[in-house]
Design a protein around this ligand. Structure first.
Ligand code: NAD
Length: 244
């Protein structure tokens, strides 16, 4: 059993799905964990919730400062908050592009800017970004979302290079199709959600969706000293989707 006692972590988008599973896993293994989300009301102890929209720089700075004060420092930042978009380049207008890039890319920039001064003071500083196989897979009907995650991948590599000599590691995970409330909402919009879920599972090499807890495990590894010599990597958690 890996022990994360002593680690102080902040997880964005930690009130649901992958972020929630990550926050709960880190806390269950001894870390002190703060969650930054639009609506952290459902976040329960031992997690600590902080309300902020990652598109609001002032709110992000305030939430990060409050979390760091409560945790007594910061070792781990998990940049996980994100939103989706469907369609080709003809389907999404400029406003939709700005909205998704503001959350998925600039959201990471804002939380990272606020957290870096604190991370530099840590002996085990790590940033983990939630990217996606969409960054490199060339998925149909996902032009905007894929571009946003392509930017997250590039940003991860650039941040890793910029901060490695300051003792801050930066990696990302590339999940495939993960069983979260987000995917549940997409399935619920189908005429027959159960049939759609079965079809989606059948398209996975493993015959099932990836579990949020399985992505959380990969994030926890990259966030912890277990991966202390690893920076600038993208870890696929996709049930074999990527290479196929
Ligand atoms: P989810 O919708 O279950 O959870 C996302 C969380 O982010 C929510 O709690 C939401 O309130 C929060 N959030 C959204 N916009 C925010 C904002 N502006 N400011 C603060 N918080 C905000 O989604 P999920 O499936 O757990 O996705 C989490 C991350 O994983 C996203 O970055 C997503 O792109 C990525 N991802 C998901 C999948 C998948 O199949 N579910 C696959 C690959 C990557």
């Amino acid at each position: 059993m890996t022990d994360f006692t002593g680690l102080r972590a902040l997880v964005t988008g930690g009130a649901s799905g992958i972020g929630r599973a990550t926050a709960e896993l880190l806390a269950a293994r001894g870390a002190q964990v703060a969650v930054l989300d639009l609506d952290p009301d459902g976040v329960e102890k031992p997690l600590r919730g902080y309300a902020a929209d990652v598109t609001d720089d002032t709110a992000v700075r305030a939430a990060v400062e409050a979390a760091v004060a409560d945790l007594g420092g910061l070792d781990v930042l998990v940049n996980n908050a994100g939103i989706g978009a469907q369609g080709t380049v003809e389907d999404n207008d400029d406003a939709q592009w700005h909205t998704v890039l503001d959350v998925n890319v600039l959201g990471i920039v804002r939380t990272t800017r606020a957290a870096l001064p604190h991370l530099r003071a840590s002996a085990h500083a790590a940033i983990v970004n939630t990217c996606s196989i969409a960054a490199t897979a060339g998925l149909p009907q996902r032009a905007l979302y894929s571009a946003s995650k392509g930017a997250v991948l590039s940003l991860t590599l650039a941040m890793a290079a910029d901060h490695v000599r300051e003792g801050v590691r930066v990696n990302c995970v590339n999940p495939g199709t993960v069983d979260t409330p987000w995917v549940g909402r997409l399935l619920d919009a189908a005429p027959d959600p159960a049939a759609e879920r079965a079809a989606l599972a059948a398209r996975q090499p493993t015959g099932r969706l990836v579990g949020a807890d399985e992505v959380a495990g990969a994030i926890a590894y990259l966030a912890s000293p277990l991966s202390g010599a690893t920076t600038g990597t993208a870890l696929a958690v996709d049930g074999g989707m990527q290479g196929l």
